[in-house]
Write a protein that binds this ligand. Structure first.
Ligand SMILES: Cc1ncc(COP(=O)(O)O)c(C=O)c1O
Length: 421
């Protein structure tokens, strides 16, 4: 059976070049980067080179790059490392749980949080962030791209608001990195978290941009690694793999990969939307359905991501919101998303549903609910997220199996028969 993996926002496989770059650092060059002998020097040189690559990736100084274990650690560090009792945090209700749960933990320690809700399109209005500012606000934390809808947030405008107010600004760029160009100077942030495994690098490795002078307390203590900002023997193979993935991602932003991916995603989306009772979460695409030759994702300059790095093309009068090129989130009336995920898996297609398992119960996605979907529609939503190696044939196969599976499930569905509440 053919297998098509369309769950890239959950994780991605290593690219062969990443595997090759990491290979010597497991056995031949196994040294501890803190040792002064030859083995240590080899490891240190590899970490230093990787830091230079990441500095280019973020557009910062090498001394502003801190290697860590991934997005969750970066997000936790931003929240818990900067906020003290009495401080106020502004974030959004569509952040990853690595931000939301860190904020909840601090609620018990005297840190108040304002959660700004998105518009129905999934976009955060920067003015809502401005309105939430208080004299005690110390940090604003907003994601670059949402993991479920792919919607790109106007981080540059939010960065200006943070600068005007003299407030620190963290960006969770885990889902944006490698899909749009990062530029922490232009974004105006003090902190920015990324994760290797979302961009064809290894799991358990990430990095954080920490602007010079940002008074962040390390989460992990126990040594002088990473300029005392993150203790622990460096994961040298992981760091080397992250740097290779970042290097390849920078190439992909320039070589036509992103527009190609956007075209594949758009074809997939248009094909699925031909099924009655479907729609896109995180876009105003129905307004564009009359004009299938137009690009379906328009970036009209509001979020500050340059056209060249995204491949997005502006269409006059287009009301759609900017999204990363690989993601679409679609609701299907009259069925359970989870049943469709399973049906597609049986046909070899891997996607994610609009629900998550919390303490054994399946809860509809907090992101889709924050966008105003009701529970039934949130549960009946699926995320298709393409790998950058996705092909036309992958899309053809998915377009072959999805309509069949939807039709079959709807025929059986108690939701369709009107017996479910
Ligand atoms: C937006 C976002 N932030 C943070 C994370 C956590 O990253 P990691 O898996 O590297 O801990 C994820 C992972 O899904 C994510 O999508």
């Amino acid at each position: 059976m053919r297998r098509v993996y369309m769950d890239a926002n959950a994780t991605t496989p290593l690219l062969p070049e990443v595997m090759e770059a990491m290979r010597p650092y497991w056995m031949e060059h196994f040294g501890n980067a803190s040792s002064i002998h030859l083995h240590g020097q080899q490891a240190r040189a590899a970490v230093d080179r990787a830091r230079e690559t990441l500095a280019e990736f973020f557009n910062c100084h090498a001394a502003e790059v801190v290697f860590n274990s991934g997005g969750t650690e970066g997000d936790n560090t931003a929240i818990c490392g900067l906020l003290r009792p009495g401080d106020h945090l502004i974030t959004t209700s569509i952040e990853h749980s690595a931000i939301l749960e860190a904020a909840q933990r601090l609620a018990g320690r005297g840190v108040e949080t304002t959660y700004v809700a998105p518009a129905a399109s999934g976009l955060i209005d920067p003015e809502e962030i401005r309105r939430a500012l208080r004299p005690e606000t110390r940090l604003i934390s907003v994601m670059l791209a949402n993991n479920e809808t792919g919607v790109l947030q106007p981080v540059e405008e939010i960065g200006k608001i943070a600068a005007d107010a003299g407030v620190f600004f963290h960006i969770d760029a885990v889902q944006g990195a490698g899909k749009v160009g990062l530029d922490v100077r232009r974004f105006g942030c003090h902190l920015c978290s990324i994760s290797a495994h979302k961009m064809h690098g290894p799991k358990g490795t990430g990095a954080m941009f920490v602007r010079r002078g940002t008074p962040i307390e390390p989460l992990v203590v126990g040594g002088s690694h990473e300029r005392r900002q993150r203790a622990g023997t460096e994961n040298v193979p992981g760091i080397v793999g992250l740097a290779k993935a970042a290097e390849l991602a920078m190439e992909s932003l320039e070589d036509g990969t992103i527009p190609r991916l956007a075209a594949l995603r758009d074809r997939l989306e248009a094909g699925i939307l031909k099924i009655p009772g479907t729609g896109v979460n995180g876009s105003s695409i129905p307004q564009m359905l009359g004009a299938p030759s137009l690009p379906r994702t328009c970036f009209c300059g509001k979020g500050g991501i340059p056209r060249t790095s995204t491949g997005f093309v502006h269409v006059d009068g287009c009301a759609s919101v900017p999204r990363v090129a690989n993601t679409t989130n679609i609701w299907f009336d009259q069925l359970e998303g989870e049943a469709l995920v399973i049906a597609l898996d049986l046909k070899g297609v891997a996607v994610s549903g609009g629900s998550a398992c919390h303490s054994g119960a399946t809860e509809p996605s907090h992101v889709l609910m924050a966008m105003g979907l009701d529970k039934t529609r949130a549960r009946a939503s699926l995320r298709f997220s393409l790998l950058k190696t996705a092909t036309e044939a992958d899309v053809d196969y998915v377009l072959q199996v999805v309509p069949e599976a939807v039709e079959r499930l709807r025929a059986l569905s108690p939701v369709a028969a009107g017996t479910a509440g």
